[in-house]
Design a protein around this ligand. Structure first.
Ligand SMILES: [Zn+2]
Ligand SMILES: [Zn+2]
Length: 231
């Protein structure tokens, strides 16, 4: 199953304004991916029309990229039958408040299924939640999600850059790296990571950045992450 589970829509200020759900789904479909997740910063508000738009074209899980107080990014995934409102409320409650300066950071547009702007987020989404990484991971699990440490070795917003180590007691389900060789590098340093599920996503902020059908995963192994945790 070819996948790209880390794609930013135009709701993320740092993304292109043509990253509508329609365009993302169609680009992933043209590229012959089997499954996607749209993972905006600290918000699920772009996902209301995703089931309608993706229907008959591509599979999806719901996703969000959450920033912890330590400025570490963690991806949370939820099954398509999940009710999103309580999760959105959790994000709204903990996001550190700052108005978005759209001239500086970019627009935070929300689109409908016809690519019309129906709303925009006024709070700046590229802030931290006022919670530790550990607490965010346990909150994700309380909401029946799966927690994946994002771009673990990147220079910014990564666990290795900001926390200098990966604590074996952190109860995350998977780990994402930006380059294949980083997997071996991290397992050599932290052998317990070989038992985690590994992800290679695009972190696309522009349409052409969405992954080619290169990285495939075992579908069973992915959904087993939920079965193992929630039965
Ligand atoms: Zn990130
Ligand atoms: Zn990202």
């Amino acid at each position: 199953m070819y996948y790209d589970l880390h794609i930013h829509s135009a709701l993320s200020p740092c993304s292109d304004d043509d990253m509508t759900v329609n365009n993302i789904v169609n680009m992933a479909y043209i590229k012959e991916l089997d499954m996607i997740a749209i993972t905006d910063h600290n918000s699920l508000k772009q996902l209301a029309y995703l089931p309608l738009i993706a229907k008959g074209k591509i599979r999806f899980v719901y996703g969000v990229e959450i920033q912890s107080r330590e400025e570490v990014h963690v991806l949370a995934y939820f099954l398509p039958n999940t009710i999103l409102e309580p999760i959105q409320k959790f994000l709204d409650d903990y996001l550190i408040e700052e108005p978005n300066d759209e001239y500086y950071f970019g627009h935070q547009y929300i689109f409908n299924e016809k690519d019309e702007v129906i709303d925009q987020e006024r709070r700046l989404l590229i802030k931290s939640l006022d919670l530790s990484l550990k607490d965010i991971i346990s909150s994700i699990h309380q909401m029946k999600g799966i927690a994946v440490i994002a771009h673990a070795l990147d220079q910014r917003f990564s666990i290795m850059n900001n926390m200098m180590t990966i604590d074996e007691n952190l109860d995350f389900d998977g780990i994402e790296v930006s380059y294949l060789f980083q997997k071996d590098e991290l397992i050599a340093q932290f052998p317990f990571l070989k038992d985690k599920m590994w992800f290679f996503n695009s972190d696309a902020h522009r349409l052409e950045m969405i992954s080619e059908p290169i990285h495939s995963m075992n579908e069973e192994e992915f959904f087993d992450l939920w079965r193992k945790r929630y039965g």
